[in-house]
Design a protein around this ligand. Structure first.
Ligand code: K1U
Ligand code: ZN
Length: 172
């Protein structure tokens, strides 16, 4: 089932999410809903707080080529265990901040550990767009948005645009 994506500013997007204890069928169904919502948007990632669920759960699929097979990843309790000194600048977007983009600098390569949908501990090294996206999604679990990396004036400008967008959507 497709879920509604929260738009910034929303207090739920500023909360630190709670770790999940056991991987239940209910959590697996939530992950499936998040993948459906992400692909429909379309996006390359989604974090549970973006649909109002304050659990440490993210999904991502950064395969861009139409001809390549999809690679949906579901990560419970993901954490960056190592990060490169080398950084990468990427023009990021966010499904909770539609049509706003800005350059963010992050470690280029990260090692991430997480629990998969079968309850198994996984780890992988991510580079390039995958590394940017997984860091962006883990930030969501800590109540952090990509605009928090920007100068206050730019962040305020984007926040005001989103307040206006929300007012317009509420009227429609
Ligand atoms: O977390 C989110 O809101 C999803 C976000 C992830 C992200 C994008 C760019 C850099 C870091 C993280 C998005 O998916 S925004 C949409 C987007 O980037 C995209 C949409 C369709 C095709 C390709 C990219
Ligand atoms: Zn986002």
């Amino acid at each position: 089932m497709k879920r509604a994506i929260l738009i910034h500013p929303d207090p739920r997007l500023k909360k630190v999410c709670a770790p999940v204890a056991d991987i239940s069928d209910e959590l697996r169904a939530l992950a499936d809903d998040m993948l459906e919502t992400m692909y429909d948007a379309p996006g390359i990632g989604l974090a549970a707080p973006q649909i109002g669920v304050l659990d440490r759960l993210i999904v991502l699929d950064c395969v861009k080529e139409e001809s390549a097979p999809a690679r949906p990843l579901v990560m419970f309790n993901p954490r960056v265990v190592a990060a490169s000194d080398e950084t990468n600048v990427y023009e990021e977007g966010c499904l909770s901040i539609p049509e706003q983009y800005a350059e963010v600098t992050r470690p280029k390569v990260v090692d991430v550990e997480w629990i998969d949908r079968d309850g198994k501990l996984q780890s992988e090294t991510f580079d390039g767009l995958w590394a940017t996206c997984v860091q962006h999604e883990i930030d969501h679990l800590d109540g952090k948005l990509f605009i928090d990396y920007l100068k206050p004036l730019k962040r305020q400008m984007i926040t005001r645009k989103m307040q206006k967008l929300k007012r317009e959507r509420a009227r429609a």
